[in-house]
Design a protein around this ligand. Structure first.
Ligand SMILES: NC(=O)c1ccc[n+]([C@@H]2O[C@H](COP(=O)([O-])OP(=O)(O)OC[C@H]3O[C@@H](n4cnc5c(N)ncnc54)[C@H](O)[C@@H]3O)[C@@H](O)[C@H]2O)c1
Length: 343
């Protein structure tokens, strides 16, 4: 099968590319990524020469270029990870979120219709459900929870989800949607909570925590998310939404303390900063449906996953130090500037 993966130079998309090439060596992976600030080609360096892998530096909003790629590659399955993904950036500049997350999704689905893909899978987020109160630990997001967004980011993702459902109902496009909780693991861009705190702690810099740090997130090891998507695209039911989460709720402040403790750094590095505008209080997924229908369960416990993640950042300092210094953005030019590149 030919699987077209968008956003494969980002955090979750790259982990998905690695999983697919390992678990399904018979399948071909076609990666489409614009290489925004969040996309890093260095992440994919070990697979660039794999004959089952092909990379296109392309914007998913570029209709003509996307059409050409579909005509050339004839994907059986499309998995759309490409997105502007950082809530704080969406508060500063919402527009690019609407372009990539909504328009980009429609461009991919139009091409999917035209070339008759067997499955279009939209990678969405639990943030489309809004938040839950901190004092109601009995409440969880199910697939039936109404969409009720807080940030321009989550609104753009919810807009895309509605469009995906509409393409299924109106045009019969064979779609699935997954809505996952917060991910952590290797190759996460160091603006997000866990890698940011690891990088700052290692540099003995202050660790900025929004407000009291009492906001609760439901953390899932990235490989578990990727395995869930792999199951959905191969065995999931067309037209369905699947929530993905590991019942692993943690307060932000507790995550930060665990990281400091693992690295042997003092809690005095924590500084409390003005809270994010419209900050969601609690996210918590009910993953009963994907467990019952597809047999998916998370395999990595948080206590093991966080150790593995910290160790990965310790072992791969060059990867994130290059990002922090901005050097990674020259890598594409250095590596591929002189080669023939598919753009
Ligand atoms: N990170 C999480 O905790 C989490 C949780 C649930 C769902 N998600 C969803 O998973 C997906 C991937 O998230 P991530 O954390 O890996 O994001 P990321 O920001 O690390 O990666 C996004 C990737 O998309 C690429 N991209 C951005 N705009 C593009 C465009 N117009 N055309 C082509 N490529 C473009 C970037 O270059 C980058 O490689 C997103 O759709 C996000 O909404 C993320």
């Amino acid at each position: 099968m030919n699987i077209l993966v968008t956003g494969g130079a980002g955090f979750i998309g790259s982990n998905f590319v690695f999983l697919e090439l390992k678990e399904h060596p018979e399948d071909k992976i076609i990666c489409v990524d614009k290489l925004t600030y969040a996309g890093n080609l260095k992440t994919l360096k070990d697979v660039m020469d794999n004959p089952q892998f092909k990379f296109y530096k392309t914007d998913i909003c570029d209709r003509e270029a996307i059409d050409k790629i579909f005509a050339e590659e004839k994907p059986d399955i499309v998995v759309n990870f490409a997105a502007e993904s950082h809530v704080d950036r969406s508060i500063e500049n919402p527009e690019v979120f609407l372009e990539t997350n909504i328009i980009g999704t429609s461009v991919l689905m139009d091409a999917s219709r035209k070339y008759g893909v067997k499955r279009y899978h939209q990678v969405s987020t639990d943030e489309v459900y809004g938040d839950l109160p901190l004092d109601r630990p009995d409440l969880f997001f199910t697939e039936e929870t109404p969409l009720h967004t807080s940030s321009p980011y989550s609104s753009s993702k919810a807009g895309a989800d509605l469009l995906v459902s509409a393409y299924h109902r109106t045009f019969g496009l064979p779609v699935t949607i997954s809505r996952c909780s917060n991910n952590y693991g290797p190759y996460q861009f160091p603006e997000k909570l866990i890698p940011l705190m690891i990088a700052n702690a290692l540099a003995d810099k202050s660790l900025p925590v929004y407000g009291e740090g009492l906001n609760v997130r439901d953390w899932l090891y990235v490989e578990d998310h990727c395995k869930a998507i792999d199951l959905i695209i191969r065995k999931g039911t067309v037209g369905e939404v699947y929530n993905i989460g590991g019942h692993n709720e943690m307060k932000n402040i507790d995550i930060v303390k665990i990281i400091l403790n693992e690295l042997g750094k003092p809690e005095s590095l924590i500084t409390h900063v003005t809270d994010r505008k419209g900050h969601d209080q609690r996210y918590a997924i009910d993953p009963a449906k994907i467990h019952a229908e597809l047999g998916w369960l998370p395999e990595t416990m948080f206590k093991d996953g966080i150790k593995k993640t910290i160790q990965w950042y310790l072992d791969n300092k060059e990867w994130w130090e290059d990002i922090i210094s901005g050097d990674y953005q020259n890598y594409y030019e250095e590596m591929y500037g002189k080669k023939e590149v598919i753009e």
